[in-house]
Design a protein. Structure first.
Length: 270
């Protein structure tokens, strides 16, 4: 496995293989966990070469958010990536992707203005821009995202379709700990009490899914579960249509840690 930190370096490493070998890309912000590894394993199974990007993207963090606190562990990331069979890690510094004078952005439409887009203005502009840059640099045949960030994946799916990008997007199911909490790099910030409170989030989604199956109000059922947990504050709990999927999505705060999760009510992953 090689780790490269420049656009020129990763392009040069991939150039000899483009015509004869398929390339899979798993974009990450590092602090790798089993959720990321599920994407890497899928990429390994479906492609000849696997690239993992590790880049904490400042453009998708707003003022007062946790950019400075976001977990970083490059040594462990390298070890886990190597063990999972990654061929190339692309870990550029911020100035490599956003050099002085950078002033071109991908503007996201209505799909990115709801849910996370409403709670974090400008978030999806940063997501779409960095993903487009990564797709342009790596030129993968397939890119891999997780269901936990389903709105993000859907925004990127729409960008790929609208801008006629030549790649396949794969969205894999959320990976959870044994207690049901969706794996997230931010989970390391949870105290034991905060983690206990955070377990209300997957319970709320399960209640919402059950209510929907019975013809009831999924969002109301989920809100009722969250309201009973004093250790959580909800940013939103909503049912939304994300292209062809009907989704119950929620964002909550446990102490200083913000967590998101979702359940697909209708539709499927692609």
């Amino acid at each position: 496995m090689r780790t490269l930190d420049t656009t020129a370096g990763i392009r040069a490493a991939l150039a000899p293989h483009r015509r004869t070998r398929s390339i899979g890309l798993a974009p990450t912000m590092g602090a790798l966990h089993e959720g990321h590894l599920s994407l890497i394993r899928a990429a390994r199974a479906e492609n000849d070469l696997v690239v993992v990007s590790v880049f904490v993207n400042p453009a998708q963090f707003g003022p007062g958010e946790d950019l400075d606190r976001y977990p970083r562990d490059p040594e462990q990331d390298g070890r886990l990536a190597a063990e999972a069979g990654v061929d190339l890690v692309f870990a550029p510094p911020v100035e490599e992707l956003y050099p002085p004078g950078f002033d071109t952005w991908v503007e996201v439409g209505e799909l990115g203005r709801r849910l996370e887009g409403a709670a974090r203005p400008g978030h999806f502009r940063g997501v779409a821009t960095v993903c487009l840059k990564l797709f342009s640099i790596v030129r993968p045949d397939r890119a891999y995202f997780g269901q936990k960030d389903l709105q993000q994946a859907t925004v990127v799916e729409r960008m790929v379709r609208d801008l006629d990008l030549e790649l396949e997007l794969r969205v894999l199911p959320t990976v959870r700990d044994a207690d049901g909490l969706a794996l997230s790099s931010r989970n390391v910030h949870l105290s034991p009490e905060e983690r206990r409170a955070a377990l209300a989030l997957p319970r709320a989604l399960e209640a919402g899914l059950a209510a929907h199956r019975d013809g009831g109000d999924a969002a109301a059922a989920a809100r009722a579960v969250l309201a009973a947990e004093r250790g959580l504050a909800a940013d939103y709990v909503e049912v939304a249509r994300l292209d062809g999927r009907l989704v119950l999505a929620a964002a909550v705060r446990a102490g200083r840690t913000r967590l998101i999760d979702n359940a697909i009510l209708e539709g499927a992953l692609r």
